[in-house]
Design a protein around this ligand. Sequence first.
Ligand code: ZN
Length: 116
Amino acid sequence: MAMDAKTVTEIANAGIAFVATVRIPGGGETVVVPSNSVVEYVADPQGFAARHFGVSKEQYLLWVEMDGMPQCGATTKNGPRCKNGVSGGSQRSIEEWLRLDGGYCAVHGGDGANTR
Ligand SMILES: [Zn+2]
């Protein structure tokens, strides 16, 4: 069933607000959906969430899939990218995740290396 923007506007004008829970690492985050974005949200919740966080949809989906764990940017001896997380744990904010993704795990010289 296609969303009817006119109906949404009538609902909003009656004082009803729209709130959604978008997926984030470790759970969900409650976001207010402006009435003029309800149709857009229903059509593409993940796209809306990505715009909410100010990132691309690919970045948003990967952030959730990786549970907010930045991935080591080193390549292993055999070629593929190292699957270890950057030191410091998962469930980072998306800003932190974007900044740290491609850094190094403890094995490849990141924080925590040589401290054990
Ligand atoms: Zn590594």
